[in-house]
Design a protein around this ligand. Structure first.
Ligand SMILES: NC(=O)c1ccc[n+]([C@@H]2O[C@H](COP(=O)([O-])OP(=O)(O)OC[C@H]3O[C@@H](n4cnc5c(N)ncnc54)[C@H](O)[C@@H]3O)[C@@H](O)[C@H]2O)c1
Length: 253
Protein backbone atom coordinates (compact mmCIF):
# COMPACT_ATOMS: atom_id res chain seq x y z
CA UNK A 1 0.00 0.00 0.00
CA UNK A 2 1.18 3.53 -0.80
CA UNK A 3 1.86 5.77 2.19
CA UNK A 4 0.32 9.23 1.85
CA UNK A 5 0.59 12.22 4.21
CA UNK A 6 -2.27 14.74 4.32
CA UNK A 7 -2.71 18.01 6.21
CA UNK A 8 -6.23 19.19 7.05
CA UNK A 9 -8.16 15.94 6.58
CA UNK A 10 -11.01 16.35 9.07
CA UNK A 11 -13.24 18.68 7.02
CA UNK A 12 -13.85 19.95 3.49
CA UNK A 13 -11.69 18.86 0.58
CA UNK A 14 -9.32 17.03 2.93
CA UNK A 15 -12.17 14.95 4.33
CA UNK A 16 -13.26 14.11 0.77
CA UNK A 17 -9.68 12.96 0.08
CA UNK A 18 -9.73 10.76 3.20
CA UNK A 19 -13.10 9.24 2.29
CA UNK A 20 -11.95 8.53 -1.26
CA UNK A 21 -8.48 7.13 -0.46
CA UNK A 22 -9.24 5.22 2.74
CA UNK A 23 -8.27 1.53 2.50
CA UNK A 24 -6.66 2.14 -0.94
CA UNK A 25 -3.60 3.76 0.66
CA UNK A 26 -2.13 4.08 4.15
CA UNK A 27 -3.07 7.62 5.25
CA UNK A 28 -1.33 9.78 7.85
CA UNK A 29 -3.44 12.86 8.54
CA UNK A 30 -2.96 15.91 10.72
CA UNK A 31 -5.78 18.26 11.74
CA UNK A 32 -6.49 20.54 14.69
CA UNK A 33 -10.22 19.73 14.68
CA UNK A 34 -10.16 16.68 16.92
CA UNK A 35 -13.93 16.39 17.22
CA UNK A 36 -14.47 16.24 13.45
CA UNK A 37 -11.44 13.98 12.96
CA UNK A 38 -12.55 11.50 15.59
CA UNK A 39 -16.07 11.39 14.14
CA UNK A 40 -14.55 10.56 10.74
CA UNK A 41 -12.20 7.94 12.22
CA UNK A 42 -15.14 6.31 13.99
CA UNK A 43 -17.31 6.27 10.87
CA UNK A 44 -14.60 4.91 8.53
CA UNK A 45 -13.09 2.59 11.13
CA UNK A 46 -10.05 1.70 9.02
CA UNK A 47 -6.74 0.25 10.24
CA UNK A 48 -5.12 2.21 7.38
CA UNK A 49 -6.21 5.64 8.61
CA UNK A 50 -3.91 7.33 11.15
CA UNK A 51 -5.00 10.70 12.56
CA UNK A 52 -2.74 13.05 14.53
CA UNK A 53 -4.23 16.10 16.25
CA UNK A 54 -2.48 19.45 16.54
CA UNK A 55 -1.98 22.94 15.18
CA UNK A 56 0.28 23.29 12.12
CA UNK A 57 1.25 26.78 13.31
CA UNK A 58 3.31 25.12 16.04
CA UNK A 59 6.77 23.87 15.01
CA UNK A 60 6.91 21.31 17.84
CA UNK A 61 3.59 19.88 16.63
CA UNK A 62 4.98 19.50 13.11
CA UNK A 63 7.99 17.66 14.54
CA UNK A 64 5.75 15.43 16.66
CA UNK A 65 3.70 14.64 13.54
CA UNK A 66 6.89 13.71 11.66
CA UNK A 67 7.86 11.38 14.53
CA UNK A 68 4.37 9.87 14.52
CA UNK A 69 4.70 9.14 10.78
CA UNK A 70 8.23 7.75 10.88
CA UNK A 71 7.38 5.48 13.82
CA UNK A 72 4.85 3.82 11.50
CA UNK A 73 6.67 3.83 8.15
CA UNK A 74 10.06 4.36 6.51
CA UNK A 75 8.57 5.07 3.09
CA UNK A 76 6.45 8.01 1.93
CA UNK A 77 4.86 8.05 -1.52
CA UNK A 78 2.83 11.23 -1.37
CA UNK A 79 2.57 14.46 0.64
CA UNK A 80 -0.54 16.62 0.23
CA UNK A 81 -0.49 19.98 1.99
CA UNK A 82 -4.15 20.89 1.97
CA UNK A 83 -4.82 22.72 5.26
CA UNK A 84 -5.06 26.50 5.16
CA UNK A 85 -6.21 29.46 7.23
CA UNK A 86 -7.21 33.02 6.31
CA UNK A 87 -6.91 36.02 8.63
CA UNK A 88 -7.98 38.68 6.10
CA UNK A 89 -5.85 41.78 5.63
CA UNK A 90 -5.89 45.55 5.43
CA UNK A 91 -9.66 46.12 5.64
CA UNK A 92 -10.20 44.03 8.76
CA UNK A 93 -6.86 45.27 10.15
CA UNK A 94 -5.21 41.87 10.47
CA UNK A 95 -2.23 42.20 12.79
CA UNK A 96 1.34 41.46 11.77
CA UNK A 97 1.17 38.30 13.91
CA UNK A 98 -2.02 37.15 12.20
CA UNK A 99 -0.52 37.81 8.76
CA UNK A 100 2.59 35.79 9.66
CA UNK A 101 0.53 32.92 11.08
CA UNK A 102 -1.19 32.52 7.71
CA UNK A 103 2.18 32.34 5.96
CA UNK A 104 3.40 29.87 8.56
CA UNK A 105 0.45 27.47 8.27
CA UNK A 106 -0.22 27.79 4.54
CA UNK A 107 3.37 27.95 3.26
CA UNK A 108 5.86 27.19 6.06
CA UNK A 109 4.22 23.83 6.78
CA UNK A 110 4.76 22.71 3.17
CA UNK A 111 8.44 23.59 3.33
CA UNK A 112 9.13 22.15 6.79
CA UNK A 113 7.25 18.86 6.32
CA UNK A 114 9.01 18.35 2.97
CA UNK A 115 12.40 19.02 4.54
CA UNK A 116 11.77 16.71 7.51
CA UNK A 117 10.24 13.88 5.47
CA UNK A 118 12.59 13.96 2.46
CA UNK A 119 14.79 11.10 3.77
CA UNK A 120 11.71 8.86 3.66
CA UNK A 121 10.51 9.74 0.15
CA UNK A 122 9.95 6.80 -2.18
CA UNK A 123 11.49 6.95 -5.60
CA UNK A 124 9.87 9.26 -6.60
CA UNK A 125 7.41 10.82 -4.19
CA UNK A 126 4.55 13.08 -5.32
CA UNK A 127 4.09 16.36 -3.44
CA UNK A 128 0.86 18.30 -3.98
CA UNK A 129 0.34 21.80 -2.58
CA UNK A 130 -3.20 23.20 -2.42
CA UNK A 131 -3.19 26.79 -3.59
CA UNK A 132 -6.22 28.77 -4.82
CA UNK A 133 -7.25 30.86 -7.80
CA UNK A 134 -6.83 33.71 -5.29
CA UNK A 135 -3.12 33.37 -5.97
CA UNK A 136 -3.88 35.53 -9.05
CA UNK A 137 -7.25 37.18 -8.32
CA UNK A 138 -8.32 38.97 -5.18
CA UNK A 139 -11.26 40.32 -3.29
CA UNK A 140 -10.68 43.11 -0.77
CA UNK A 141 -9.24 42.09 2.59
CA UNK A 142 -7.44 39.11 1.08
CA UNK A 143 -3.78 40.01 1.72
CA UNK A 144 -2.82 37.21 4.11
CA UNK A 145 -4.52 34.41 2.18
CA UNK A 146 -3.70 35.56 -1.38
CA UNK A 147 -0.04 36.15 -0.65
CA UNK A 148 0.29 32.74 1.00
CA UNK A 149 -1.37 31.03 -1.97
CA UNK A 150 0.89 32.91 -4.39
CA UNK A 151 3.93 31.82 -2.38
CA UNK A 152 2.87 28.18 -2.79
CA UNK A 153 3.23 28.55 -6.56
CA UNK A 154 6.86 29.67 -6.26
CA UNK A 155 7.55 27.05 -3.61
CA UNK A 156 6.26 24.45 -6.07
CA UNK A 157 8.73 25.22 -8.84
CA UNK A 158 11.57 25.86 -6.37
CA UNK A 159 11.12 22.48 -4.66
CA UNK A 160 10.64 20.73 -8.01
CA UNK A 161 14.13 21.94 -8.94
CA UNK A 162 15.74 21.08 -5.61
CA UNK A 163 14.18 17.62 -5.32
CA UNK A 164 14.46 16.71 -9.05
CA UNK A 165 14.18 12.89 -9.32
CA UNK A 166 13.32 12.47 -5.61
CA UNK A 167 9.87 14.05 -5.83
CA UNK A 168 7.55 15.60 -8.36
CA UNK A 169 6.03 18.78 -6.91
CA UNK A 170 2.79 20.27 -8.26
CA UNK A 171 0.10 22.74 -7.21
CA UNK A 172 -3.66 22.47 -7.50
CA UNK A 173 -5.51 25.79 -7.49
CA UNK A 174 -9.20 25.24 -6.79
CA UNK A 175 -11.87 27.80 -7.58
CA UNK A 176 -15.18 27.70 -5.70
CA UNK A 177 -15.59 24.22 -4.24
CA UNK A 178 -18.78 23.71 -2.23
CA UNK A 179 -17.74 21.68 0.82
CA UNK A 180 -20.80 21.93 3.09
CA UNK A 181 -21.54 18.18 2.84
CA UNK A 182 -18.00 17.51 4.06
CA UNK A 183 -18.07 19.69 7.17
CA UNK A 184 -18.62 18.38 10.71
CA UNK A 185 -21.16 19.52 11.75
CA UNK A 186 -22.70 19.70 8.28
CA UNK A 187 -23.27 23.27 7.08
CA UNK A 188 -26.51 24.36 5.45
CA UNK A 189 -25.63 26.24 2.26
CA UNK A 190 -28.19 27.19 -0.39
CA UNK A 191 -26.66 27.81 -3.81
CA UNK A 192 -28.52 29.98 -6.33
CA UNK A 193 -28.89 29.29 -10.05
CA UNK A 194 -26.50 32.15 -10.76
CA UNK A 195 -23.90 30.68 -8.41
CA UNK A 196 -23.75 27.75 -10.79
CA UNK A 197 -24.35 29.38 -14.17
CA UNK A 198 -21.66 32.06 -13.74
CA UNK A 199 -19.11 29.26 -14.19
CA UNK A 200 -18.21 28.32 -17.78
CA UNK A 201 -19.06 24.68 -17.01
CA UNK A 202 -22.44 25.71 -15.48
CA UNK A 203 -21.85 24.54 -11.94
CA UNK A 204 -19.99 25.22 -8.71
CA UNK A 205 -17.18 22.77 -7.95
CA UNK A 206 -17.50 19.66 -5.78
CA UNK A 207 -14.72 18.20 -3.60
CA UNK A 208 -14.56 15.18 -5.93
CA UNK A 209 -13.30 17.54 -8.68
CA UNK A 210 -10.21 18.07 -6.53
CA UNK A 211 -9.99 14.42 -5.44
CA UNK A 212 -9.71 13.35 -9.12
CA UNK A 213 -6.89 15.84 -9.74
CA UNK A 214 -5.04 14.67 -6.64
CA UNK A 215 -5.42 11.01 -7.70
CA UNK A 216 -3.96 11.87 -11.12
CA UNK A 217 -0.96 13.69 -9.63
CA UNK A 218 -0.26 10.89 -7.14
CA UNK A 219 -0.23 8.30 -9.95
CA UNK A 220 3.31 8.00 -11.31
CA UNK A 221 2.08 6.14 -14.43
CA UNK A 222 -0.31 8.96 -15.36
CA UNK A 223 1.60 12.06 -14.29
CA UNK A 224 5.22 10.90 -14.07
CA UNK A 225 6.39 13.51 -16.62
CA UNK A 226 4.76 16.41 -14.80
CA UNK A 227 6.51 18.48 -12.14
CA UNK A 228 6.70 22.12 -11.04
CA UNK A 229 3.26 22.81 -12.51
CA UNK A 230 -0.01 24.41 -11.46
CA UNK A 231 -3.45 22.93 -12.26
CA UNK A 232 -6.46 25.25 -12.06
CA UNK A 233 -9.67 23.43 -11.20
CA UNK A 234 -12.18 26.29 -11.25
CA UNK A 235 -14.88 25.58 -13.83
CA UNK A 236 -13.37 28.26 -16.07
CA UNK A 237 -14.08 31.10 -13.63
CA UNK A 238 -10.61 32.63 -14.05
CA UNK A 239 -10.82 32.60 -17.86
CA UNK A 240 -13.72 35.02 -18.27
CA UNK A 241 -13.52 38.65 -19.28
CA UNK A 242 -15.95 40.46 -16.98
CA UNK A 243 -17.40 43.85 -18.01
CA UNK A 244 -20.48 45.63 -16.69
CA UNK A 245 -23.62 44.70 -18.68
CA UNK A 246 -21.90 42.13 -20.83
CA UNK A 247 -22.83 38.45 -20.73
CA UNK A 248 -25.30 39.13 -17.88
CA UNK A 249 -22.65 40.59 -15.55
CA UNK A 250 -23.78 43.64 -13.63
CA UNK A 251 -21.65 45.81 -11.41
CA UNK A 252 -23.32 47.49 -8.47
CA UNK A 253 -21.27 49.37 -5.93
N1 LIG B 1 -13.28 25.26 -0.75
C1 LIG B 1 -12.91 26.14 -1.67
O1 LIG B 1 -13.75 26.76 -2.36
C2 LIG B 1 -11.45 26.40 -1.93
C3 LIG B 1 -11.11 27.29 -2.95
C4 LIG B 1 -9.77 27.54 -3.22
C5 LIG B 1 -8.78 26.90 -2.47
N2 LIG B 1 -9.13 26.05 -1.48
C6 LIG B 1 -8.04 25.43 -0.71
O2 LIG B 1 -8.27 24.05 -0.55
C7 LIG B 1 -7.81 23.63 0.74
C8 LIG B 1 -8.95 22.99 1.53
O3 LIG B 1 -10.00 23.94 1.62
P1 LIG B 1 -11.38 23.59 2.36
O4 LIG B 1 -12.37 24.55 1.83
O5 LIG B 1 -11.64 22.14 2.30
O6 LIG B 1 -11.01 24.03 3.86
P2 LIG B 1 -11.73 23.67 5.24
O7 LIG B 1 -11.55 24.87 6.09
O8 LIG B 1 -13.09 23.16 4.99
O9 LIG B 1 -10.85 22.47 5.83
C9 LIG B 1 -9.52 22.71 6.21
C10 LIG B 1 -9.12 21.66 7.24
O10 LIG B 1 -7.78 22.01 7.64
C11 LIG B 1 -7.72 22.06 9.06
N3 LIG B 1 -6.77 23.08 9.48
C12 LIG B 1 -6.78 24.41 9.17
N4 LIG B 1 -5.78 25.04 9.78
C13 LIG B 1 -5.13 24.12 10.50
C14 LIG B 1 -4.01 24.18 11.36
N5 LIG B 1 -3.40 25.34 11.65
N6 LIG B 1 -3.57 23.04 11.95
C15 LIG B 1 -4.20 21.86 11.70
N7 LIG B 1 -5.28 21.75 10.90
C16 LIG B 1 -5.73 22.86 10.31
C17 LIG B 1 -9.15 22.43 9.51
O11 LIG B 1 -9.39 22.03 10.85
C18 LIG B 1 -10.00 21.69 8.49
O12 LIG B 1 -10.31 20.38 8.91
C19 LIG B 1 -7.23 24.89 1.40
O13 LIG B 1 -5.86 24.96 1.15
C20 LIG B 1 -7.94 26.01 0.69
O14 LIG B 1 -7.20 27.22 0.71
C21 LIG B 1 -10.44 25.78 -1.18
Amino acid sequence: MKKIILTGGANGIGRALVESFVDKVELYVIDRDQEAGEALEKRLSSPHLHFFYGNLADKATLEAFVNFITEHTSQIDGLIHNAAINHGGLVSKATYEEFMEVLQVNVGTAYYLTQQLEPYFSDPCSIILMSSTRNRQSMEDNESYSSSKGALLSLTHAMANSLRTKARVNTISPGWIETSDFQTPRQAVELSGSDHSQHLVGRVGHPTDIVEMVAFLLDEKKSGFITGQEFLVDGGMSKQMIYHEEHGWNYSK
